[in-house]
Design a protein around this ligand. Structure first.
Ligand code: B12
Length: 595
C-alpha cells in the first residue's frame, strides 16, 4: 500500500474480487486480410481501419489507469486491457479467456461509443453474472440515454470516476446494491435513474498516481480549465474551477516516469498546463533542481504564458507548446467564448520564439460565423505568425458541450444521433453554408499536422547567447546546421549536446548517422542508425532506415545520388509498443499488448 490515502483509497474486506478495465475499439475491426464487417458493425463508410487506428488514437486512457491505480493502492486486483486496435475476433477471444470476473469497467469517448456498445453486449453474453460499468466523457454527458439504449450496462459513471468507482467496488464487496450513487446513473426495476453529480475531489494529491503503477509517458498534473470554450466538454467533466496537483506531487510523478520507467519524453496533457503560472514556474525550477533530464510538451493558452515562465520551461526541457488558437476572426473567437484575441497570440508566438520552443497551433473551421473570408483570415494569420506547426480540424459536436446544446436547442441534432449513426465524430459546419465547399476543398490540402516554419541555426545561436548553456539547445543547433548543410558545425554542437547529457541517446546516434551520410560515409551512417534504433524506435529513425534501404535498393553510390537522411527532432511521445496490464490476477498468458 502506498502512503497518502483518502476516502478514495479505502476498500473494505479482503474477499478477492476480479476487476477488469477495458478500452474498447471504435467498432469491429476485421482481421487483417478478412472482409470488413457490415455497416453498423464495422468502420463508418469511407473509413479505413488502419487510417484511424494508427498513432495516438490507441493510447490507453489515463483515466482508466487512474481508476486502476486507486484500486491497486487499496489492495484490490485489477487488469487493464487496451483493446482499441484489436481485430474483433481477437477481442472475443480475450473476453472468452477471462474467468470469474466480477466487475468490468469500460472507458467511452464519442469515437469508440459503438465499439463500447458491441463489447458490452458481448461481455454480457459471455459473463452473464458480471457487473458492467461504463465511464468516460461520452457517457458522462448522456448517462440515461446510454442506459436506455444499452440494457447490458448496469451503471454509468459521470465525470470524475475514481471515487464513484471505488464506492461501487466497496458496495460489491459488501454485497450491497450498486444503485443510488452520486456521480452515477443506474437501473431501478424497469426505470433508469441518475444521481446527483459527484463532488470534485478537492485535493488531487489524495489520488494515487497511475505513473507509480504503470510505465506511462503521458501525465496529467491538473484537471479542468479556467475558461469555457463552447466546443469543449471540460467543464462538464471537471467542474468550473481547475484543480491542481501540488508541485511536489508532480515532481514525484515525473521522477517515477524518468528514473523508474526510463521515460525520456513526456507529454503533459493538462487542458491548460500553465493555468496556475506560479505552480508551473516552480515545477520547471524543480525539474532542474532534481536533475530530471527529459523533454516534454504541453498544451496551454496564449493568456497563460509570460517571458519568465517561458525561460524556465525551456530550461526544464519543454520542447513544444501547443496553443488552442482556433481562428483569427474576432467574431468567431467571441462566438466560441475563446477569450483570447489574435494580437495576443501573435505577441506570445514571438515571445515563445525567443526561447526556441516549438509552437503548434490548433485551428478550427466551421464554427458559427465562419465564412471563406474568416477562413482566409486564419490562413493569413498563420502566415504572419509562422508557428512551427499547425493543425486544422473541423467543428465536431461532442455531448456535454455548449455547442452541442445549442444545436440541440435549435432542433438540428439530438442525442439519439450518437446511437443511430456510425460516424466517428459528429462533424458540422456552422458557418456560412455557401462557403462550406470552398473551405472544405482548401482543407483537403491541409490534412493533419502541417509544418510551417523552422528555427535557423542563427536563431538558436542568438537564443543560446541569452540562456545558460543547455544540452537541448545544442541538439537544436546540430539539427539546424544539418538542415543548412553544415555537418562540421553540426558535429561540434552534437558533441557539446552529448557532453552536457542530452536526454535522447537515440536522437544523438540519429544525428551521428545524418552527419556520416552528409560526409558520404554510408557504412558509418548505417551503423549509427542501428544503434539509434536499439536506443529507442523514434519514428524519424525508422524513416531514416527506410531511406537508407531505398537508397541502397536504387543502387546506392552507383545511383549517382547522395544518401540524404533526416535530422528532424520533433516531439513525439508515443511508444510503439507497451500497454499496461498490471498485475494480472486472471488466468491469462503474460502478453505485451501492442497499442
Ligand atoms: C490526452 C487526450 C487525448 C490523447 C489520448 C486519448 C485517450 N485515449 O485517452 C489523444 C491525443 C490521443 C487524444 C485524441 C483524441 N481526443 Co482527446 N483528450 C485528451 C485529454 C486532453 C486528456 C484525457 C485524460 O487523460 N483526462 C484525464 C483523465 C483522468 O480523465 P478521463 O480519461 O476522462 O477519465 C476519467 C473519467 O472520464 C472517468 N472514466 C473514464 N473511463 C472510465 C471508465 C469507468 C469504468 C469509470 C467508472 C470511469 C471512467 O473517470 C476517469 C478518472 O476521473 C482530454 C481532455 C481532458 N482533460 O480530459 C481530451 C478529450 C478526451 N479528447 C477528446 C477528443 C474529441 C479527442 C479526439 C476525437 C480528437 C480528434 N479529433 O482527433 C481524439 C480521439 C481519441 C480516441 N481514442 O478516440 C475529447 C473527448 C470528447 C468526447 N466526448 O469523446 C476530450 C474530452 C477533450 C474535450 N474537452 O473535448 N486525446
Amino acid at each position: 500500500m502506498r502512503p497518502g490515502g483518502s476516502a478514495a483509497s479505502q476498500a473494505v474486506g479482503t474477499t478477492p474480487m476480479n476487476i477488469v478495465l477495458l478500452y474498447p475499439p471504435p467498432w469491429k475491426i476485421s482481421e487483417h486480410g478478412d472482409p470488413p464487417y457490415p455497416p453498423g458493425e464495422g468502420a463508418p463508410a469511407g473509413f479505413n481501419d488502419n487510417a484511424v487506428l494508427s498513432g495516438d488514437f490507441t493510447q490507453t486512457p489515463y483515466g482508466l489507469l487512474s481508476l486502476a491505480a486507486q484500486l491497486l493502492r487499496a489492495g484490490l486486483r485489477v487488469s487493464v486491457f487496451n483493446l482499441s486496435n484489436y481485430p474483433w475476433p481477437e477481442v472475443e477471444k480475450r473476453i472468452h479467456r477471462l474467468v470469474d470476473v466480477d466487475l468490468f469497467g469500460l472507458s467511452c469517448l464519442t469515437a469508440n461509443r459503438r465499439g463500447m456498445a458491441m463489447l458490452v453486449r458481448f461481455i454480457r453474453r459471455v459473463h452473464p453474472a458480471a457487473r458492467i460499468v461504463v465511464g468516460g466523457p461520452h457517457v458522462s454527458a448522456l448517462p440515461l440515454a446510454t442506459l436506455e439504449h444499452i440494457p447490458e450496462i448496469d451503471v454509468v459513471v459521470m465525470g470524475e470516476g475514481e471515487r464513484t468507482f471505488l464506492e461501487i467496488v466497496n458496495r460489491m464487496l459488501r454485497a450491497e446494491a450498486i444503485d443510488d450513487l452520486p456521480g452515477a446513473a443506474w437501473r431501478s426495476g424497469t426505470r433508469c435513474q441518475v444521481g446527483p453529480p459527484t463532488i470534485p475531489i478537492e485535493d488531487l494529491d489524495t489520488l494515487a498516481s497511475p505513473v507509480h503503477y504503470y510505465d506511462i509517458g503521458t501525465l496529467l498534473t491538473s484537471r479542468g480549465c479556467p475558461k469555457c470554450c463552447t466546443f469543449c466538454s471540460s467543464r462538464m467533466m471537471w467542474g468550473r474551477r481547475p484543480r491542481f496537483h501540488s508541485v511536489d506531487f508532480v515532481l514525484d510523478m515525473l521522477e517515477a516516469a524518468v528514473r523508474r520507467h526510463g521515460r525520456k519524453i513526456i507529454a503533459i496533457k493538462d487542458d491548460t498546463f500553465t493555468a496556475d503560472r506560479d505552480r508551473a514556474l516552480e515545477i520547471c525550477r524543480q525539474i532542474r533542481h532534481r536533475n530530471l533530464v527529459f523533454i516534454w510538451s504541453c498544451e496551454t493558452r496564449a493568456d497563460c504564458l509570460d517571458e519568465e515562465l517561458l525561460g524556465a520551461m525551456r530550461m526544464a526541457g519543454c520542447k513544444r507548446i501547443s496553443l488552442g488558437v482556433e481562428s483569427a476572426s474576432e467574431k468567431i473567437l467571441k462566438n466560441i467564448r475563446k477569450q483570447v484575441l489574435p494580437d495576443l497570440v501573435q505577441d506570445v508566438t514571438q515571445l515563445i520564439k525567443r526561447y526556441g520552443i516549438q509552437i503548434r497551433y490548433y485551428m478550427m473551421v466551421g464554427n458559427r460565423g465562419e465564412t471563406y473570408e474568416t477562413f482566409h483570415q486564419s490562413i493569413e494569420f498563420i502566415n504572419r505568425c509562422q508557428p512551427n506547426q499547425f493543425v486544422f480540424s473541423q467543428l465536431h459536436l461532442y455531448p456535454g458541450t455548449e455547442e452541442f446544446d445549442l444545436f440541440m436547442a435549435n432542433g438540428i441534432v439530438s442525442s439519439e444521433i450518437f446511437f443511430q449513426r456510425d460516424f466517428l465524430c459528429l462533424t458540422v459546419f456552422a458557418g456560412q453554408s455557401r462557403d462550406e465547399q470552398k473551405i472544405r476543398t482548401c482543407l483537403a490540402r491541409m490534412q493533419g499536422v502541417q509544418n510551417c516554419w523552422q528555427y535557423r541555426a542563427e536563431d538558436y545561436a542568438e537564443i543560446g547567447a541569452r540562456l545558460p548553456e543547455h544540452s537541448n539547445l545544442y541538439m537544436d543547433l546540430c539539427c539546424a546546421c544539418l538542415r543548412e548543410g553544415n555537418p562540421v558545425a553540426a558535429q561540434r554542437h552534437l558533441d557539446r549536446a552529448a557532453a552536457l547529457g542530452y536526454a535522447l541517446s537515440g536522437r544523438i546516434f540519429n544525428a551521428r548517422a545524418c552527419i556520416a551520410a552528409a560526409n558520404q560515409d554510408v557504412e558509418k551512417a548505417a551503423a549509427h542508425l542501428e544503434t539509434a534504433l536499439n536506443c529507442y524506435p523514434h519514428s524519424d529513425v525508422i524513416e531514416n532506415r527506410e531511406r537508407l534501404k531505398n537508397w541502397l535498393s536504387r543502387g546506392g553510390p552507383l545511383s549517382g545520388k547522395p544518401l540524404v537522411l533526416n535530422c528532424e527532432d520533433h516531439f513525439e511521445s508515443n511508444r510503439i509498443c507497451c500497454a499496461p496490464e498490471h498485475p494480472d490476477p486472471l488466468p491469462l498468458p503474460a502478453t505485451i499488448y501492442e497499442t
